[in-house]
Design a protein around this ligand. Structure first.
Ligand SMILES: [Zn+2]
Ligand SMILES: [Zn+2]
Length: 216
């Protein structure tokens, strides 16, 4: 069970994510993912438990590169965090190979399972609150639009009447993006090439995000 404070934090962040552009679940999960990476960096230096977990699980290719880039770009440090991660992962692989045990299969990525957990958390909370008048109004008036994977996951948790109301709002928003794309396509002419950016270019980003969600 979540504590009241934690519940309040989720409540407030879901409300503000419904006002922001893009998928609220993708947005919140991506923020938590980055916070997790920053915490990981500090824990690597202080917690042997974290290093042990990391050695046992490791990361998938996508997340290993993401963490590497994130730490280099955001923390502005000398690569100490990622060096510790790589040192632990590499020395574990060396030990395994020395004992002639070549892993056939990659173990499940630590960050993939953390992200799944965050997604479940936010989706469960949103399923609980989105049917309230306050949340419905925020979704209807805000700039958010669900990505299709999170929309499907959310609708599975919601009853028929509210499902229809959410779908109606979502469809209006998707049609709005479609119109913005059409506007862009119609205006795209060799004469204008290079001058079309900003607002219109954003439609492409939003359309991609609706179709596939953010790259988490
Ligand atoms: Zn999403
Ligand atoms: Zn992963």
């Amino acid at each position: 069970m979540k504590g009241d404070r934690e519940k309040d934090v989720v409540y407030v962040s879901l409300k503000s994510a419904l006002m922001e552009e893009g998928c609220p679940i993708c947005l919140l999960v991506s923020k938590r993912r980055d916070q997790w990476i920053e915490t990981l960096f500090y824990e690597l230096i202080t917690s042997s438990e974290t290093r042990k977990k990391l050695r046992e699980r490791g990361f998938c290719t996508h997340h290993l590169w993401y963490i590497l880039e994130y730490l280099e770009e955001n923390l502005g440090i000398d690569g100490l965090g990622i060096s510790i991660i790589l040192h632990d992962l590499l020395s574990t692989s060396i030990e395994l190979l020395e004992s002639m045990s070549v892993p056939e299969k990659r173990s499940e990525c630590l960050l993939c399972s953390i992200i799944e957990e965050y997604e479940r958390d936010y989706l469960n909370s949103l399923a609980e609150w989105i049917t309230t008048q306050e949340f419905m109004k925020l979704f209807s008036e805000g700039d958010s639009v669900f990505c299709l994977p999170h929309l499907a996951a959310l609708l599975r948790e919601i009853d028929g009447k509210h499902k229809l109301a959410i779908l109606k709002i979502q469809l209006e928003k998707m049609k709005g993006i479609l119109e913005r794309l059409e506007l862009f396509i119609n205006k795209s002419d060799y004469r204008y090439l290079g001058n079309l950016k900003g607002e219109e270019a954003k439609a492409r980003y939003l359309a991609s995000q609706v179709l596939g969600g953010m790259d988490l």
